[in-house]
Design a protein. Structure first.
Length: 364
């Protein structure tokens, strides 16, 4: 790890120096304002001082081995401890409960759709509940798939899907590393500016990596819209003030390891989530459902209004999105389905999500 101290009159200037010397992957470890120069203690000037580092080795986290302790094996009947009748009774009732669940038949004619839902990674309990509920209505000859689609749709139709009816001026995109926050900010900004003729601006608080600032600045340049880089709370507040007359301001945030609780705390301190803001949690459809749940719980103390699911083009299973919606009762604003800005984004609807999971409906 190469670590170095840099000084310049302002943050943007010091960042330029960092980038020149350490490259775009440099990480800012510390920043402060120092007084330098002057004569006999007078006329000193404020300088921004930054300690930056760059790691020449790729330390992207590799998937960890599952180290969860395994449950001890069940004792064989002959090994059962004697005289412990209470425990034995409970064990017996648990065994029969599990057995009942295993053998409870799927309603006739619904086996295919049930197994399809499981193959889509829909939670087993949800899939079972839905097919059972649909099967209860025997007074219809509609195809089973249609009935299941409508049923799942019915479970989501009260949630908020798609873009908001009234735009809140400040739209935050938060989420873990690399899910597509910056790319999605660019797609949304392009849609608002080019298709809706709105007055759009961008704020990025992702000052963790220099390359991240450049990435959004490039999009802002192409779209000919202003952008402010917020290194701290004051910058962020000043940028909000500067853009207060704008129709919509998209705020990109740094992605970090969501398992680091200080990250989400810092985010909460940096951004104003209270007034006039909309916050989307961006999740990649290529993540496992368990990870999505963990991510959501890390971010849950922020006021998450809707999900954005990205990288739909990189998977053919969408059940985890449906599980998240059902579990948290939060709707989906958009799906993104490719790397192209501005085209690869579609507005979500409950019917589309339902059809996607049941029928393999594909977004164009
Ligand atoms: N296939 C596919 N790739 C995508 C999609 N959205 C974003 N990407 C790609 O995912 C990569 C990461 O995208 P970014 O927008 O930089 O992700 P981020 O969340 O801002 O990343 P950090 O700022 O590092 O946390 C880029 O290569 C994007 O082109 C999508 O819908 N489909
Ligand atoms: Mg980013």
């Amino acid at each position: 790890m190469k670590v170095k101290k840099f000084q310049a009159p302002s943050m943007p200037e010091v960042m330029k120096k960092v980038k020149k010397e350490l490259g775009p992957n440099a990480v800012i470890l510390n920043e402060k304002v120092v007084k330098t120069g002057g004569f006999m203690g007078l006329f000193k000037k404020n300088q921004t001082e930054v300690i930056a580092a760059v790691d020449p080795i790729d330390r992207t986290p590799k998937p960890k081995k599952d180290t969860t302790p395994k449950a001890p094996p069940m004792p064989l009947a002959s090994e059962e401890p004697k005289g412990n009748s209470e425990i034995m009774k409970e064990l017996q009732s648990l065994k029969s409960l599990v057995k009942n669940q295993e053998t409870e038949p799927i309603p006739e004619g619904f086996e295919d759709v049930y197994h399809h839902l499981l193959a889509q990674d829909v939670e087993e309990a949800l899939a079972k509940e839905w097919v059972e509920e649909v099967a209860e209505n025997t007074l219809t000859d509609e195809p089973i798939d249609n009935r299941v689609v409508k049923h799942i749709y019915g479970r989501m139709k009260d949630l908020s899907f798609g873009k908001p009816d009234v735009y809140k001026p400040f739209v935050h995109l938060v989420g873990p590393t690399g899910v597509g926050k910056t790319t999605t900010v660019a797609k949304l900004a392009a849609d608002s500016a080019l298709n809706k003729n709105m007055k759009v601006a961008l704020i990025t608080t992702d000052t963790y990596r220099i390359a991240a600032i450049e990435q959004l600045k490039t999009y802002a340049g192409i779209l000919d819209i202003p952008i402010e880089v917020a290194y701290n709370m004051e910058d962020y507040a000043a940028a909000r003030e500067k853009f207060k007359e704008y129709d919509v301001v998209y705020v990109d945030t740094a992605g970090r390891n969501f398992r680091d609780p200080s990250y989400v705390k810092e985010l909460g301190e940096l951004l104003d989530f209270n007034s006039n803001t909309e916050t989307y949690l961006v999740l990649s459809l290529t993540s496992k459902y368990k990870d999505m749940q963990d991510i959501y719980h890390q971010f849950a103390h922020l006021p998450i209004e809707q999900f954005i699911f990205t990288k739909m083009d990189e998977t053919s299973t969408y059940g985890s999105a449906l599980n998240m919606v059902m579990q948290e009762r939060i709707g989906v604003a958009y799906f993104t389905n490719g790397q192209d800005v501005p085209d690869d984004i579609v507005e979500a609807t409950p019917m589309r999500l339902s059809r996607q999971v049941v029928e393999g409906f594909v977004y164009e």
